[in-house]
Design a protein around this ligand. Structure first.
Ligand SMILES: Cc1cc2nc3c(=O)[nH]c(=O)nc-3n(C[C@H](O)[C@H](O)[C@H](O)COP(=O)(O)OP(=O)(O)OC[C@H]3O[C@@H](n4cnc5c(N)ncnc54)[C@H](O)[C@@H]3O)c2cc1C
Length: 475
């Protein structure tokens, strides 16, 4: 299930690290965040290397829908409530500055990545809520107006329109930007010891380290595992569709995201907390909605991705922890990682070069906000549930049919089994190697997913995405 970006773009392969090295800055992760951060730091005169466990852009970035926008759903009122007006203003200004920075970078380097100016629409049927959101957004300096109608087949919907937004082809952009960077692919960072990163290919000593690996996998210090969870969403690329003018996101949590891409329409939705999709049917539900909204449409591709969600709605960008002043982090992008990655690159360039950042306070990972405490409590409850399942629920033997996966008992112990069509059983431990939570089967993706922190593994137990850094044990 490759995305249209992955199908159209081939990024030059890089060699793995071969032995030890020293550098000024080491960036962990070569997704949109890592590459932008490395690019800006290198441009500012720093010596930078990027360490990537897989391929450049091979993480969540290859499966994004790549809207470059400061319109992040129904978020402005929540943000003002959680961060306070001043920091919410900084958040808005950083995201608008990020859109300008993309334009300048793409224009100045002549990057061929289909950058197109678009309006962004937040649509919904609760007009009063949309009006309040438009007012809140405008009060933060965002280019927002309320509209009575939205150009979409949603009966009775109004919208908040943001002018001056954009969309692009993310992997083509990333390929061009990475061209002049030193990136080591197939090089997984296993742990960090002070200023040394220990990888599976050698050690890297760096004056400053940036964790841009989507979900920070170093649990202590930082405690990011207690402050974020992950959410998955699903995307269809459709042809034979009307040409929509704009990018769209629904105001309710079950609504759809839409953008064009040439003659195609990308339709996203069916979000859920990673690890909570036991029933499956996410693609089927999205296909059903596509048929209702765009009769005659044909599907050309489908894929899915996930992102980190923080308790108060803003990413964590800045110093990793007070006890590690030379470690930095960029995570928690809430499915808005295009502008957030650029905002991260701008903020970290300032902080790491010893300058003040006008936006740093809004993203400070050490912030304490009103929204944070209940959020942390909820994360802890969820993690405790995941752990409790492993330890307290006895294994039950169940028949797993061909083409299905599920929990069962193998030699008296709890295990996850996927049964191939030919009857062969693939059995793995259900204990997540990250923090030991019990994994659940995701029938939409044929994967084992962690409901606490969102790590994912394929049916054979190979790691798909972190924070876990190891495969599952075979049973
Ligand atoms: C369905 C969906 C649609 C979205 N659409 C949009 C959109 O329209 N606009 C928008 O702004 N945002 C969107 N997003 C969000 C956006 O795609 C993400 O926020 C963004 O791609 C995250 O980039 P990243 O660099 O943080 O992570 P990644 O792209 O995942 O990069 C992290 C990299 O770190 C590497 N890594 C991990 N651990 C290690 C290790 N130990 N050692 C070395 N390397 C490691 C991984 O291999 C990976 O390549 C969407 C998200 C979803 C789920």
């Amino acid at each position: 299930m490759a995305s249209i970006w992955a199908m159209e773009t081939s990024i030059r392969r890089r060699k793995p690290l071969a032995g030890d090295l020293k550098t000024e800055v080491a960036v962990v992760g070569a997704g949109m965040a890592g590459i932008l951060i490395a690019y800006r730091l290198q441009k500012a005169g720093r010596q930078v290397v990027v360490l990537e466990a897989g391929r450049i852009g091979g993480g969540q970035t290859r499966n994004t829908t790549a809207k470059i926008t400061s319109q992040h759903g129904m978020f402005c009122q929540k943000l003002i409530q959680n961060l306070g007006r001043e920091r919410a203003r900084q958040y808005a200004a950083a995201n608008e500055a990020a859109i300008r920075a993309y334009r300048e970078l793409i224009d100045s380097r002549g990057i061929d990545c289909d950058l197109e100016a678009k309006c962004a629409y937040l649509y919904g049927v609760d007009r009063e809520a949309l009006q309040r959101e438009a007012e809140a957004a405008a009060s933060l300096g965002l280019p927002a107006v309320y509209l009575e109608q939205v150009p979409l087949p949603v009966p009775g919907a109004g919208a908040v329109r943001f002018a001056g937004q954009a969309q692009f082809a993310p992997l083509r952009f990333l390929a061009a930007l990475a061209e002049k960077l030193t990136v080591y692919e197939q090089t997984r960072v296993l742990r960090a010891e002070g200023q040394t990163l220990v990888t599976d290919r050698g050690q890297v000593q760096a004056e400053q380290i940036v964790f841009a690996c989507h979900y920070p996998f170093i649990n202590f210090p930082g405690l990011y595992f207690a402050r974020m969870h992950q959410e998955r969403s699903y995307v269809l690329a459709l042809e034979n569709v009307p040409k929509l003018d704009g990018m769209f996101i629904g105001a309710s949590s079950d609504a759809c995201s839409l953008r064009t891409c040439g003659d195609l329409l990308l339709m996203g939705g069916e979000s859920h907390r990673t690890g909570e999709d036991r029933q499956g049917g996410r693609y089927a539900a999205l296909r059903q909605r596509a048929k209702e909204w765009f009769p005659g449409c044909r599907e050309v591709a489908c894929w899915s991705a996930q992102d980190c969600i923080t308790a108060d709605g803003a990413p964590y960008i800045g110093r990793y922890a007070a006890s590690r002043p030379d470690w930095f982090v960029a995570t928690g992008f809430h499915k808005w990682g295009m502008t957030s990655s650029m905002a991260a690159a701008m903020v970290l360039e300032d902080l790491m070069c010893g300058r003040e950042s006008p936006y740093a306070a809004a993203f400070d990972p050490g912030r304490v906000t009103l929204g944070l405490l209940p959020g942390v409590a909820e994360e802890s409850v969820q993690a405790a549930r995941g752990l409790a399942k492993t330890f307290f629920q006895p294994p039950k033997e169940r028949t797993i049919l061909p083409g299905h996966g599920g929990e069962t008992a193998v030699r008296g112990e709890k295990a996850g089994v996927y049964r191939e069509d030919d009857g062969k059983a693939l059995a793995v431990s259900l204990r997540c190697p990250h923090l030991g939570c019990q994994l659940t089967w995701n029938p939409d993706e044929n994967s084992w997913d962690c409901p606490c922190h969102g790590s994912r593994f394929d049916k054979e137990g190979h790691l798909l995405s972190g924070p876990a850094q190891k495969d599952l044990r075979k049973r």
